[in-house]
Design a protein around this ligand. Sequence first.
Ligand SMILES: *Cc1c(COP(=O)(O)O)cnc(C)c1O
Length: 227
Amino acid sequence: MVKENYIKINEQMPQGVRLIAVSKTKPVELLQDAYDAGARLFGENKALEMRDKHQVLPEDIEWHFIGHLQTNKIKYIAPFVSLIHSIDSLPLLLAVEKEARKNDRVIPCLLQFHVATEETKFGLSLDEAIALLNSDEYKQCTHVKIAGVMGMATNTENRELIRREFRTLHNYFLLLKKNHFAGDETFREISMGMSGDYDIAIEEGSTLVRVGSSIFGARQYNIPVND
Ligand SMILES: *Cc1c(COP(=O)(O)O)cnc(C)c1O
């Protein structure tokens, strides 16, 4: 089923929108099925799980880190991660900078914004993001590249609310582009949309959608453990 699901959803991606197969909690056999169907972008939210899967799966996979990232775990993914979607503070960005430097690479990152009404979702406000971008510490960074924005909409049946939140994220992207990244072709990603709302996200300008359960089936969560 994973192959069919991936192919069906990937066919719905318009030009300029890339599909990330969110494979967190899923065994490598299922990732291999998605790979065989053409998937090359995978999303994970635990550093050690992502490192372990990276070690056994094909080299041409782009690994996208989409979860809350603890600074002491960055070292596990810094050698190979393609894009960290979840930068929500200056200290985290500086910690990524440090690990990227050790690995002699530049790590692309997205600023994660809080656009949902739920209190529990991580993310920056627009003011916090602007303060980060104006800080001397950020300006001295040479091993991280901010490539765009990421956000999650409220988990709700209210599709108009979801649409408004995605529109807000798109507007943040445009504002930052104009004031902080004018003429910078590499600031171009808007990561938004999951299984339940990727159609709306695409209509509102998403460039990266992150789809898990519609490809791999519902996740089984056990009692949380440290990754
Ligand atoms: C799990 C997760 C997804 C995918 O969610 P589905 O509803 O299973 O498609 C997308 N983005 C983030 C940040 C996630 O943690």
